[in-house]
Design a protein around this ligand. Structure first.
Ligand SMILES: Nc1ncnc2c1ncn2[C@@H]1O[C@H](COP(=O)(O)OP(=O)(O)OP(=O)(O)O)[C@@H](O)[C@H]1O
Ligand SMILES: [Mg+2]
Length: 384
């Protein structure tokens, strides 16, 4: 953008605006170039004409936390210019950037000759910006602390539950051995074992999410098999909650996916629907369709709908509503898994129900050559 039409210049009356343009030096910066370092003594104010500048604070050797960004028409470095204190953060250009630099002494001199109401307007902008960046920073820090706290809590729980879980698994396998011919015992024991691994899997998933160390083990998976497994794991849960669970259109669809992570997505969304039924029972319908290399899944319930208050922030972490003990991570985890698969998730909701729409890529080998899943297909690991 043009220096003369920059917001900072436009605050001033014509005479001072012309003077400011004359004393400013315009300079181009390459991506990653330093504008100033934290704790440096300030000598100038900067106006962003093109590109982007990132501000970060040092948290230790080679460890920085980004706290704010400036874009064209923004200005920065004004605090140091006004109070002469060392810079509170370092500024680095992101992408090719053009900045206009106004030296501190000349700016102070021009400000001294500027009418009071112009300076007040400038201050009001500076205070507004300060408020906004402080809010952003506090929000970010709180988010991080909540994540760390949940991570710590889950870690303790997993640790404490390990020995009772081992006890349950051991007893279940002994029961199996005692009744090798009894199909029902075998079936129930299998259920106990899958539910215990499910609990451990859930805790592990939560731990990875809070630490930001989740990984996908992608391979071609049959959608019908994933849903069959999911249905089996939840049969008793659905029966007790009086939920009709119907799946259609999943036959012959093969995805490039991590089946356990997909089950986590279905679980989080379906549990939300069951919670929303509030003990009154309901219907959950899953319908899949394939269009060239994409699979579209609808997960629809006939519950009371997602509260209006949280709809715009639903997928953000810690957004929960009307639940005792809700952490607000279910849909955030679901979205992180779907996007890590290269897919997309959205929803529509009203007072007669909610439908989640999920788009996922089918396995490439299936699109390219129509071949079936090979048992030893190489697994692709993706970290997200
Ligand atoms: N199908 C649905 N019907 C009605 N409300 C829903 C539905 N899905 C989500 N919600 C609302 O969205 C909120 C956020 O859901 P999310 O799964 O992210 O967190 P949570 O269920 O509150 O906690 P967590 O999943 O971590 O135990 C829920 O508290 C609930 O109010
Ligand atoms: Mg939930």
């Amino acid at each position: 953008m043009d220096l003369k039409s920059h917001r900072f210049i436009l605050y001033f009356q014509e005479e001072q605006a012309t003077e400011l343009c004359q004393v400013a030096t315009v300079r181009s910066f390459k991506d990653g170039m330093l504008v100033f370092e934290e704790n440096e003594i300030p000598d100038s104010l900067y106006l962003v004409l093109t590109g982007e500048v990132e501000f970060s604070k040092s948290l230790g050797p080679n460890h920085y936390q980004a706290i704010a960004w400036a874009y064209p028409n923004d200005f920065f470095g004004e605090f140091g210019v006004l109070d002469g204190q060392p810079r509170s953060a370092r500024a680095i250009c992101r992408g090719d950037t053009t900045l206009a630099k106004i030296p501190r002494d000349l700016l102070m001199e021009i400000l001294g000759r500027t009418p009071g109401h112009v300076v007040l307007k400038l201050f009001s902008h500076i205070i507004q910006y300060l408020r906004m960046t402080t809010d952003q920073y506090v929000h970010e820090i709180m988010h991080k602390q909540k994540m760390a706290l949940i991570g710590e809590m889950v870690n303790t729980i997993v640790h404490d539950f390990k020995s009772p879980f081992t006890g349950i698994l051991l007893s279940s396998s002994m029961l199996r051995e005692m009744h090798p011919e009894d199909e029902e015992t075998q079936e129930w024991c299998h259920l106990i074992e899958t539910q215990v691994s499910r609990m451990l899997g859930m805790a592990e998933e939560l731990l990875e999410f809070t630490r930001g160390t989740s990984t996908l083990q992608k391979k071609p998976v049959k959608l019908s098999e994933v849903f069959a497994k999911f249905e089996k794991m939840n049969r008793i849960y659905f029966k007790e909650a009086q939920v009709d669970f119907v799946v259609s259109g999943v036959e012959d669809i093969v995805l490039a996916a991590d089946d356990n992570k997909l089950i986590r997505v279905w679980q989080n969304l379906v549990t939300n629907a069951v919670d929303a039924f509030d003990g009154k029972g309901g219907r959950i319908e899953i319908a899949a369709t394939q269009q060239s290399q994409w699979v579209y899944l609808k997960i629809a319930d006939n519950g009371p709908g997602i509260p209006q208050e949280i709809q715009s922030r639903l997928f953000d972490a810690f957004v929960t509503y009307g639940k005792r003990g809700g952490t607000g991570l279910g849909t955030a985890i679901a979205r992180s898994i779907i996007t890590a698969h290269g897919g997309d998730i959205s929803f529509t909701s009203n007072s007669t129900g909610t439908t989640f729409l999920i788009k996922l890529p089918v396995a490439e080998s299936v699109v390219d050559s129509g071949i079936a899943i090979e048992p030893n297909f190489p697994v692709k690991t993706v970290t997200y």
